[in-house]
Design a protein around this ligand. Structure first.
Ligand SMILES: Cc1cc2nc3c(=O)[nH]c(=O)nc-3n(C[C@H](O)[C@H](O)[C@H](O)COP(=O)(O)OP(=O)(O)OC[C@H]3O[C@@H](n4cnc5c(N)ncnc54)[C@H](O)[C@@H]3O)c2cc1C
Length: 384
């Protein structure tokens, strides 16, 4: 089977590994020259994503590129602790969530894909349907048995599948991420902190090298023309929140600035030859986008293998339909959780008061029950 993957980010590189593991010929086309898209921001992998990495044979390499995080603390703007839960796992799970730069995750996945014999072609973009500038990726898509759309939120493969399908829209929230140094108030290591401030949410993690990795998510009903990139301007927005203000004041560099988008459920995610994975199918947010993309890769390869039976090539329509059935319920449930998560970050003053009163009472208790289904997922093995 000859598979072409469009997009060499987390979903694309992971799919390349998974498909090589079931013996497919794989070529990945990635629009960015190298390493892949905006390289600055960090992300966290929850245990469900780590288990998918284990199935892909990349867990150790990814762990080595980041650091483990035990706990997640939630704070009000005034510094009142609102919640304390295990980070990205159930309380009794021996695995620990890992935080790392997105570029380092993509680099580790691509290295494994290439080691297994996948071809990765960078600087080649699949052209828009009906658009000009067809190149090697377009020819490869036309000739492939299987086309995997791992091309992110603005997926071209999604538009090929359904030109009238949903489009992403601005979520009322934008984010800026950076690195600070020398802030004792940032608290102990191995801890993810989320402060719900007046103007938005502020996440920070003290890293083992003494730096503090931070990400500010600001509510703005209308998308700003220019995202504030200056740490001092940001510090003014968090003037009422002491720890975020201190971290922003000690910032050494700003890595990334992003407008957050939402995408309504995508009705057509496969057609028996094309299939969407990762953000192209379901940009879930809630700290789960990369983990879900990794799960997708393993589930897709397993569905293809299961549909091969004794035949040399899988029954693609049956395999892709089975994959889609398996993934859509889980991704849909997570998308609903992500919407609630976003609302907490864009809460007005009244809902913020309610949140600050209610969270300490119910959050820690409810959290475990509410997230077990997410973290206890077992993706299953792939052939060596
Ligand atoms: C600020 C921020 C913080 C985040 N934090 C977390 C987190 O803590 N935990 C988590 O799990 N997730 C997090 N995410 C989400 C996570 O980064 C994504 O969900 C995940 O990377 C999805 O990967 P993907 O490969 O599907 O899409 P992408 O990473 O968007 O990759 C798509 C790739 O396709 C390429 N491409 C696009 N169009 C074409 C084309 N026409 N031809 C060829 N190539 C193309 C792009 O260049 C890109 O490399 C965060 C996202 C943001 C923006």
């Amino acid at each position: 089977m000859e598979a072409v993957v469009i997009g060499g980010g987390v979903a694309g590189a992971a799919s390349a590994i998974a498909l090589r593991r079931i013996g497919a010929q794989v070529t990945v086309y990635e629009a960015y020259p190298d390493p892949a898209g905006p390289v600055g921001a960090f992300l966290s992998l929850a245990v469900n994503g780590l288990r998918a990495l284990e199935s892909l044979g990349c867990l150790d390499a990814v762990r080595a590129a980041g650091f483990e995080v035990d706990r997640q603390l939630m704070w009000s703007g005034r510094g009142k602790r609102l919640g304390d839960v295990p980070r990205g796992r159930t309380a009794d799970d021996p695995l620990r969530s890992v935080t790392l730069m997105r570029a380092d995750l993509v680099a580790a996945l691509r290295a494994e894909a290439v080691r297994l014999g996948a071809r990765i072609v960078v600087g080649e973009r699949l052209a828009e349907p009906g658009g000009a500038g067809a190149g090697p990726a377009d020819g490869a898509v036309a000739g492939a048995d299987l086309v995997i759309g791992a091309d992110g939120l603005r997926s071209t493969v999604r538009r090929m599948l359904d030109p009238d399908g949903p489009q992403p829209s601005y979520a009322g929230l934008y984010g800026v991420a950076g690195i600070a140094r020398g802030v004792p108030e940032a608290g102990p290591g191995r801890t993810f902190n989320m402060t719900f401030g007046r103007r938005g949410a502020f996440a920070h993690l003290p890293a083992p090298d003494g730096t503090v990795w931070w990400s500010a998510q600001l509510a703005a009903p209308v998308a700003p023309d220019r995202i504030r990139l200056d740490a001092q301007e940001l510090a003014e927005l968090f003037a009422a929140e002491r720890v975020p203000r201190r971290i922003l004041g000690a910032t050494e560099r700003i890595d990334a600035a992003t407008l957050f988008h939402v995408l309504p459920p995508v009705p057509r995610r496969q057609d028996g030859r094309h299939v969407l994975v990762g953000d192209a199918a379901h940009p879930v947010g809630a700290g789960q986008g990369a983990s879900m993309a990794l799960e997708d890769a393993v589930a897709l390869a397993r569905a293809l293998r299961a549909a091969s039976g004794r035949a040399a090539a899988p029954d693609l329509p049956a395999a892709l339909a089975a994959f889609d059935r398996e993934r859509s319920a889980r991704a849909g449930k997570l998308a609903r959780a992500a919407a609630a998560n976003r609302d907490a970050k864009t809460a007005g003053p009244l809902s913020a008061l309610v949140r600050n009163a209610v969270m300490p009472l119910v959050f820690t208790r409810m959290y475990t029950r509410g997230t077990d289904w997410l973290y206890e997922y077992r993706p299953g093995a792939l052939p060596e």
